[in-house]
Design a protein around this ligand. Structure first.
Ligand SMILES: NC(=O)c1ccc[n+]([C@@H]2O[C@H](COP(=O)([O-])OP(=O)(O)OC[C@H]3O[C@@H](n4cnc5c(N)ncnc54)[C@H](OP(=O)(O)O)[C@@H]3O)[C@@H](O)[C@H]2O)c1
Length: 238
């Protein structure tokens, strides 16, 4: 039986990833703070699954909890680090910024490196990190969120290089969604993609062990443009 772990499975993209991976026969380890939601999810999925309450903002404790879940499960081939928070910053407030940095940077790195070390020890595996198309630009209203996602994408690139050098069958997939219909998104921004369709595209990329995927595909062209556009021009739009 294939085994996988989703960090941040209690709602939105993580929840739907669990639904679609369980339908493919995965036995899952489900992690997040809201364990009530995780238990409800586990009960709704076919087969038996594991639930581990965790707060990745407490990175050291979260490493212990991920390690103990890996021990309990036995032979995990896929770890998806999906946990993330995004807040608009009408004021520049340290508490708000720190929360995003704690979850999207410290928590993200701690979960990803624990996954990599486990796969090196195991002799193979697949790390998937959910970053964002927001990694390709910055804006005055979301400077911290964009910066944390730039960290995530860049960090995953580095881990992919290490995996390649190790000559072990370790894959690292970077997922960069644009707008996906979840609680995180306020209102109805342009190109808001339905959750199920977005996650189907993610799962396809995961199954192919792709290095990188934009969700939906059109964000690839937006990101390419943003990468070469002068900042002064980007500021006119953001
Ligand atoms: N929706 C979009 O348009 C979009 C676009 C680009 C990227 N993304 C990224 O996609 C990922 C999933 O977001 P979503 O849209 O599905 O939003 P969501 O429904 O708010 O899901 C966020 C998930 O992260 C978990 N999480 C947050 N803080 C955590 C913490 N301290 N410890 C452990 N888990 C934590 C949440 O669980 P608990 O609250 O139960 O802890 C939840 O399961 C995020 O990384 C987000 O940045 C989303």
């Amino acid at each position: 039986m294939k085994q996988g772990i989703i960090v941040g499975a209690s709602s939105g993209i993580g929840w739907e990833l669990a639904v679609q991976l369980a339908a493919q026969g995965y036995q899952l380890g489900l992690m997040a703070r809201r364990d009530g939601c995780l238990n409800k999810l586990a009960d709704s999925l076919p087969g038996e699954h594991f639930v581990q309450k965790t707060d990745v903002a407490n990175a050291e404790q979260a490493v212990k909890e991920l390690t103990s879940l890996l021990d309990k499960m036995g032979d995990v081939d896929l770890i998806i680090v999906n946990s993330g928070v995004g807040s608009k910053e009408r004021l520049l407030d340290w508490e708000v910024q720190r929360q995003m940095i704690d979850v999207n940077v410290r928590g993200f790195a701690a979960m990803s490196l624990t996954a990599m070390n486990y796969f090196v020890q195991r002799g193979g595996g697949h790390l998937v990190g959910i970053s964002s198309a927001a990694a390709h630009f910055s804006g005055g209203l979301t400077p911290t969120y964009n910066a944390t996602k730039a960290f995530a994408s860049n960090y995953l690139n580095g881990l992919r290089s290490r995996a390649a050098r190790s000559k072990m069958p370790i894959s690292v997939t970077t997922v960069e969604p644009g707008y996906v219909e979840t609680a995180m998104v306020e209102g109805r921004p342009m190109w808001l993609a339905p959750l199920e369709k977005s996650v189907t595209q993610m799962v396809r990329a995961i199954n192919k062990r792709k290095n990188h995927v934009f969700i939906t595909k059109r964000w690839r062209y937006v990101a390419l443009l943003l990468d070469i556009m002068p900042n002064a021009l980007i500021r006119k739009f953001m």
